[in-house]
Design a protein around this ligand. Structure first.
Ligand code: S3P
Length: 203
C-alpha cells in the first residue's frame, strides 16, 4: 500500500465511528497480545489515545505490585513466581474496562488468563515477523528471557511455541515497520468491520 492510501485510511475513520466503537465495547477491554517487541505498549497506548480510553500496561502494574522491576522479580523469585503475579494482576486489571490493556508476551500462554480475556475483552494479536521483532527487542536489555547466549534462537523458539496460542486471539493485526498511527487505523478498521464487538457477549 502506498503512502497516500495509508494516510487516507487513517483519516477515513471519523469520530462517529469511534463513538460507535466505544459504545459497542461497553465495559470490555481491548487487550493487546503478542511477542516481545511486537509493539503492544506503544501501539496500545496510541490506540487508547485515539479511542479516548485509559491505557494500562500489565508489566508496569506487575512492577508496581511487586515494588521491583521485572528483571529483579525473575532474579529474586524465578519465572514461575513472575507468572503467578502476572496472572493475578491481569485478572484484576480486566475488572476495570473499558480500557486498552497491553499484556506481557507470555501472559496469553496461561489458560485462565486467556479465558478471562475472552470473557472480559477483545484480544488483538499484534503479529510481527521475526526480523522485525529482533530489531525491536535488540534496543533494550530489560527482558530477562533474552539474557541468554543467543537471543535470536530464544525469540525464534518462543515465536514458534507461542504463535498457536496467539492465534486464539479474537483479531489479528499486522505489526510492520510502518507508523504506529497506521497500525492503529488498521486495528480500528478491523474492530469496525469484524462484528466481533456485536457478536461476543458483553460483560
Ligand atoms: C515476557 C515479556 C515481557 C515481560 C517479561 C516476560 C515474555 O513483556 O512480561 O519479560 O514472556 O515474553 P513484553 O512482551 O512487553 O516485552
Amino acid at each position: 500500500m502506498n503512502r497516500p492510501d495509508q494516510k487516507r485510511r487513517v483519516n477515513m475513520i471519523d469520530s462517529t465511528q469511534i463513538d460507535s466503537l466505544r459504545a459497542a465495547l461497553g465495559k470490555r477491554s481491548i487487550v493487546m497480545v503478542g511477542m516481545m517487541g511486537c509493539g503492544k505498549t506503544a501501539i496500545g497506548r496510541r490506540l487508547a489515545q485515539r479511542l479516548e480510553l485509559p491505557f494500562v500496561d500489565a508489566d508496569d502494574e506487575i512492577e508496581k505490585a511487586a515494588g521491583k522491576s521485572i528483571p529483579e522479580i525473575f532474579e529474586d523469585h524465578g519465572e514461575e513466581h513472575f507468572r503467578e503475579g502476572e496472572r493475578k494482576v491481569i485478572l484484576r486489571l480486566l475488572q476495570n474496562g473499558p480500557q486498552v490493556l497491553a499484556t506481557g508476551g507470555g501472559a496469553f500462554m496461561n489458560a485462565e488468563t486467556r479465558e478471562e480475556i475472552r470473557h472480559r475483552g477483545i484480544s488483538i494479536w499484534l503479529k510481527a515477523e521475526l526480523p522485525v521483532l529482533l530489531r525491536r527487542v535488540g534496543r533494550r536489555d530489560s527482558r530477562p528471557l533474552l539474557r541468554g547466549d543467543n537471543p535470536e534462537e530464544i525469540m525464534k523458539r518462543l515465536l514458534k511455541e507461542r504463535s498457536p496460542f496467539y492465534a486464539k486471539a479474537d483479531l489479528v493485526a499486522d505489526s510492520r515497520d510502518e507508523p504506529h498511527d497506521q497500525i492503529v487505523a488498521q486495528i480500528i478498521t478491523l474492530l469496525l468491520n469484524s462484528r466481533i464487538l456485536e457478536d461476543k457477549p458483553r460483560v
